[in-house]
Write a protein that binds this ligand. Structure first.
Ligand SMILES: [Zn+2]
Length: 372
């Protein structure tokens, strides 16, 4: 994963490139490294695949936004997920060429005909809720998914309408002579095959709906809105097509006491007036158990203590966030007459008068410190 090159770098474009630029840049590289032009050249093939993968992500607004925010990790490369980066096969790549080069692409390279196409099954989406512990540590989940699967015993035969080409050619007579137009075969949707023997329960494409239990490995650092991709666990396509993917959208369960902000966590700690004056130690809940911290003698309300590395792991592998403990001093509201009398005596005592200018940082300075 770490050896992956930046998609913008691969396509040699700026981060601000428009979709037109992206298309152009990819077209250039696809022609340069196309296998037909570089037979047997492994390096060219790798470059060809790399460019296709970069294009697949950057040409899709949603994927691009996710990539811009989270890098390769956002594409679900971690923890056993194929992601967009899980290696595209040639079928995937060529299936995109229609958009890039127009329908005539096949003819442009070594007379390769487009022929029947392999169908791709549709993607399935599920939502998975994670608590803070699971987001920090990563987790494994079993999910039940209802997906279309190729039924056992289904057989296919050549499409009688198109003879297996996947295309129907219509010839019309015009005053300029005969014109040929090719359209995708409506009987087989371009696959070139139709079902022959269909087992009971399957639809006319030989697909049957089944419930499957799928093991998800969710990497540490996953959080709200991240989408993980499990290759091939969407709906099957008929007749040995390419199965779709299962897209797992992460939702976040709120923690009772810890609030998440990016990779960092925040905790509000309340200490009593005597504890703030005399100093004490307090237990702080962290994601992986409790941690004892020292409250110094004379701690001011609003002080922020930082527990390094007790936040969430960064999705791009840049270390871990921190846990910030915000100290609030609890002012009692139910004192007895004697206690009130005690503080009444302190009211004019110089030791109790605030002198924030001396050594206490302002709220804004503390916030600034937190982010350094
Ligand atoms: Zn057909």
């Amino acid at each position: 994963m770490s050896s992956k090159r930046d998609y913008y770098e691969i396509l040699q474009i700026e981060k601000t490139a428009t979709s037109e630029h992206i298309k152009k840049a990819y077209r250039k590289l696809a022609i340069k490294y196309h296998p037909d032009k570089n037979p047997g050249d492994k390096e060219a093939e790798e470059k060809f695949k790399e460019a296709a993968e970069a294009y697949e992500v950057l040409s899709d607004d949603q994927k691009r936004a996710r990539y811009d925010q989270f890098g390769h990790a956002g594409m679900g490369g971690a923890g056993g997920f194929g992601g967009a980066g899980g290696g595209m096969n040639m079928e995937d790549i060529f299936s995109h060429f229609g958009d890039i080069f127009g329908g005539g692409f096949g003819g442009g390279f070594g007379g390769q005909s487009r022929g029947p196409r392999r169908m791709k099954g549709s993607d399935l989406r599920i939502r998975v809720k994670l608590n803070l512990e699971e987001m920090v540590n990563g987790t494994e989940k079993k999910v039940k998914v209802k997906r279309f699967k190729q039924a056992d015993g289904v057989t296919s035969k050549t499409c009688p309408s198109c003879g297996g080409s996947g295309q129907q050619v219509r010839v019309t007579n015009t005053f300029l002579g005969q014109m040929q137009t090719a359209t995708t075969c409506s009987t087989c949707q371009g696959v070139g095959k139709v079902a022959d023997k269909i087992p009971p329960g399957a639809n006319n494409q030989g697909l049957i709906k089944v419930e499957e239990t799928i093991d998800l490995k969710i990497p540490a650092g996953a959080r709200e809105g991240i989408q993980l991709q499990v290759r091939g666990k969407g709906n099957d396509a008929p007749f040995d097509g390419i199965p779709g993917d299962l897209l797992v959208i992460i939702e976040e369960e709120e923690h009772d006491t810890l609030k998440r902000d990016g990779n960092n966590l925040h905790f509000d700690l309340y200490v009593s007036v005597p504890d703030a004056i005399l100093g004490t130690s307090k237990e702080i809940p962290t994601v992986n158990g409790k941690v004892k911290i020292k409250i110094d003698k004379g701690t001011q309300s609003g002080k922020v203590l930082r527990l390094k590395g007790q936040g969430l792991p960064d999705l791009n592998g840049y270390g871990k966030g921190d846990l910030f403990v915000h100290v609030n001093i609890w002012t009692p509201t139910n004192l007895s007459k004697e206690q009130e009398a005690y503080f009444e005596k302190m009211r004019d005592d110089d030791h109790f008068s605030p002198e924030p200018s001396k050594n206490e940082k302002s709220f804004f300075e503390r916030v600034k410190d937190m982010f350094q």
